[in-house]
Design a protein around this ligand. Structure first.
Ligand SMILES: Cc1cc2nc3c(=O)[nH]c(=O)nc-3n(C[C@H](O)[C@H](O)[C@H](O)COP(=O)(O)O)c2cc1C
Length: 169
C-alpha cells in the first residue's frame, strides 16, 4: 500500500476479532517496529512482548477483574512495549514511536489496532501480571501497548484530526 493510504487507513479500531493473526503478519509488524528511530540509538533499552493465545486470554480476564473491562478490546495479539532506560521522557518517546510504527504496519496489512496507555499502571503494579504471567525482567517498565486484531467492523473512516498549527516565517 502506498504510504499515504496506509497513514489514512490507520484509525483506532475498537471492534477487534480474537481470531489469531498469522505469524507472517506479526513478523511484518515487528519488521517495521524494529525500524523506528529511538533516542541515541539505544535499542537495547527496549523490549517487545508479543502476548497472544492463552496468555492473552488470562491477561484479558485480569483486566476485566481489575478494571471492569478488557482494555485490549478483544484483540488477538497484544504487543507490550517495555523500556529500561532511566530517562523517563526518552523512554516514553522511544516507546511511543515504536508503538506508532506498529500501528502503521498493522494498517498497511489491514489489521485493526489501538495504541493503549490505559493498561500501563495495572501492568506495572499487578504482580500476578508482571511476574507470574509475563515474567517481566527487573528494571523494565511497561510504557504502552498496542492491541491488534482482524477488524470486526470497518466503520472507522479516515479523518484529519484538528491539530492547531502555528507557522513562524
Ligand atoms: C499516547 C496515547 C495513548 C492512548 N491510550 C489509549 C487507551 O488507553 N485506550 C484507547 O482506547 N485508546 C487510546 N489511544 C488512542 C486515541 O484515543 C486515538 O488515537 C485518538 O482518539 C485518535 O483517534 P484515531 O487513532 O482513530 O486517529 C491512545 C493514543 C495515544 C497516542
Amino acid at each position: 500500500m502506498e504510504f499515504k493510504k496506509t497513514v489514512y487507513a490507520r484509525r483506532s479500531n475498537r471492534f477487534l476479532l480474537n481470531e489469531p493473526l498469522k505469524s507472517e503478519e506479526i513478523n511484518y509488524i515487528l519488521e517495521i517496529a524494529k525500524r523506528a528511530p529511538v533516542a541515541i540509538g539505544k535499542y537495547e533499552n527496549l523490549e517487545l512482548l508479543i502476548v497472544k493465545g492463552k496468555t492473552l486470554m488470562t491477561l484479558q480476564n485480569e483486566f476485566v477483574k481489575i478494571n471492569g473491562r478488557d482494555n485490549t478490546y478483544g484483540g488477538s495479539t497484544l504487543i507490550v512495549v517495555l523500556h529500561k532506560g532511566e530517562n523517563e521522557q526518552l523512554a516514553n518517546q522511544d516507546a511511543a514511536i515504536v508503538a506508532e510504527h506498529i500501528c502503521l504496519a498493522a494498517a498497511d496489512i489491514n489489521i485493526g489496532s489501538v495504541y493503549l496507555h490505559s493498561l500501563v499502571d495495572v501492568m506495572n503494579e499487578n504482580k500476578f501480571i508482571n511476574k507470574e504471567l509475563l515474567d517481566i525482567e527487573n528494571g523494565y517498565k511497561v510504557m504502552c501497548a498496542v492491541t491488534l486484531g482482524y477488524k470486526a467492523n470497518e466503520n472507522v473512516r479516515d479523518i484529519e484530526h484538528d491539530i492547531k498549527v502555528k507557522v513562524y516565517d
